[in-house]
Ligand binder design. Structure first.
Ligand code: AMP
Ligand code: ZN
Length: 511
């Protein structure tokens, strides 16, 4: 299937071909865990999730890494060279103040690890409620920047110094030398000439004293008094924000050039520009990611929703009804965050949520009609199903054109409007479109069906999925007689049953 994406690097919509198909290696900049992630952040994370799910539906095997930033992100990091206070340290101060009002969110706000852990757990809970596959895949174990300082960031900084892409300045800090990397500015358009002129205020005079070029950015800051610090050849201190993603992408995806890198539009400069310089500087390759995809902001009253502006709604506030006055179903919030094209702003409104609620309702009504019946859908490969249903073909075709979600939803909802009555058709279309939308229950990939080459081609047997869930429930309830009996039932339907971190997975090879 031909897929095209808009690539920020080339400013064009381009055919997407993975380096090592069917594998796709993708890195998503994750949350900075100094506060709850807001629904603007989740607009960007849901976009990455839809992208992953669509690639899987198109037959790719996606290796996805999303990091947790728990160190080094400064309050002035929108400037090329950082500055200000560490966001984790700022969080400690804020949390202590909130404790004064009698609200002790975190037991010991002076411990930045405790603060990070608290908000990481909150992030994973929210991500699960919004059905992000990555949160299901690594429950509680998404990669933390603090675990990668010694094994990956310090070695990368050392190699950048060896290759003359970085230097130790008079103040003892290590900076990346942007003049050593002629491609600097290619992603964002902020060439060095432009940056000398101030880049719209994003290169700050006050930080220039020890640097060779105003746009040189921090890799390591020696500071023995910092709350989070590590030993390094440049003294005890902490890493800059940008190095973490370069180092973690390389270490965790285990390659120098990856297929896709994503983030919100504010990540383009300086963060992603700096990541490219670091990774390409260290590896010597001319590409870090072949495709750079960026989502536009979610707005409130026409302004970017942001933690620093304080105009933000958390996922839990929305779900608990603190924003609209009535509780919101997680599936409705997910739909609201995914229904707009990722390269357009979305404006968060109560009216939008109400529209999403009725869309989710239409999907659920159709799904209820299917699950109330006792049809048993025989196994087919997704490709066979595509050939049968123009709705699925058109849904996929829309998404393959730079994730045209409105086109894809248009196809699905016009079909629903035609009041379909064929239960098998309804089952197939709802199940397969739900692989991407993940709005209906049972969307977890409990059943893996492999074709004769061993490729994962999809999960379509609702009945087996329900049995896998029942098996998990019985195991949680420690009713092992029941779980054994269910396991036998699944096996007798021709499946191999495995217990994984995600829960029970049943797989079957198609002849
Ligand atoms: P942060 O937690 O600040 O590191 O941000 C996590 C991700 O959310 C980054 O990819 C940001 O670009 C993205 N982001 C921040 N604010 C918004 C917003 N209002 N709308 C969409 N994405 C956002
Ligand atoms: Zn990043």
């Amino acid at each position: 299937m031909d897929i095209r994406f808009y690539n920020t690097l080339t400013h064009r919509v381009e055919p997407f071909t993975p380096i090592d198909a069917p594998n796709v290696y993708m890195y998503n900049c994750g949350p900075t865990v100094y506060d709850y992630a807001h629904i603007g952040n989740f607009r960007t994370f849901v976009f990455a999730d839809v992208l992953r799910r669509f690639l899987e539906l198109a037959g790719h095997k996606v290796h996805q890494v999303m990091n947790i930033t728990d160190v080094g992100h400064m309050t002035d990091d929108q400037l090329a060279d950082g500055g200000g206070e560490d966001k984790m340290a700022a969080a400690a101060t804020r949390l202590k103040e909130s404790k004064k009002d009698g609200r002790a969110l975190v037991e010991n706000p002076d411990d930045p690890y405790a603060v990070a852990e608290f908000f990481t757990t909150a992030f994973i809970d929210d991500a699960k409620r919004l059905n992000l596959k990555i949160a299901d895949e690594y429950p509680g174990q998404m990669p933390r920047a603090t675990d990668h300082v010694e094994p990956s960031m310090i070695p990368m900084i050392r190699s950048l110094i060896e290759k003359d892409h970085a230097y130790v300045a008079d103040d003892g800090a290590v900076y990346f030398s942007v003049q050593s990397f002629p491609e600097y500015g290619k992603l964002s358009g902020n060439s060095l000439d432009h940056l000398k002129g101030g880049a719209g205020g994003r290169v700050q005079d006050s930080h220039q004293t020890h640097k060779r070029h105003p746009a040189d950015f921090l890799l390591w800051k020696p500071d023995a008094s910092h709350l989070m610090k590590w030993d390094s050849p440049w003294g005890e201190g902490y890493p800059g924000w940008h190095i973490e993603c370069s180092a973690m992408a390389r270490a965790l995806l285990q390659r120098d050039t990856i297929d896709i890198h994503t983030g919100g539009e504010d990540n383009i400069f300086p963060h992603h520009e700096c990541e490219i310089a670091q990774t390409c500087g260290a590896t010597g390759h001319d590409r870090f990611a072949n495709f750079w995809l960026h989502s536009r902001f979610l707005l409130v009253e026409g302004e970017k929703m942001s933690k620093s502006k304080g105009n933000f709604h958390t996922v839990r506030d929305v779900l608990e009804g603190k924003v609209t006055g009535r509780p919101v179903d997680p599936a409705v919030l997910r739909f609201e965050l995914l229904k707009g094209h990722y390269r357009s702003n979305i404006n968060f409104t109560a009216k939008g949520l109400a529209d999403s609620a009725s869309a989710v309702d239409r999907l659920r009504t159709a799904e209820r009609a299917v699950s109330a019946s006792s049809i048993h859908v025989s196994m087919r490969t997704i490709d066979n199903i595509d050939a049968e249903y123009s709705v699925i073909n058109e849904f996929k075709a829309a998404l393959s054109e730079d994730l045209n979600i409105s086109g894809a939803l248009g196809v699905l909802f016009s079909w629903l409007k035609s009041n379909p009555t064929n239960l098998i058709e309804m089952h197939d279309i709802l199940t397969i479109t739900n692989e991407v939308l993940a709005i209906l229950p049972g969307s977890d990939a409990y059943v893996i069906i492999k074709d004769n080459t061993g490729t994962h081609v999809g999960s379509v047997d609702q009945d087996i999925k329900m049995k896998c869930k029942a098996l998990d429930d019985a195991r949680v309830a420690k009713d092992y007689d029941k779980s054994d009996a269910i396991r036998k039932e699944i096996e007798s339907a021709g499946y191999e049953v495995k217990t994984t971190k995600k829960g029970t997975v049943a797989s079957k090879r198609l002849a």
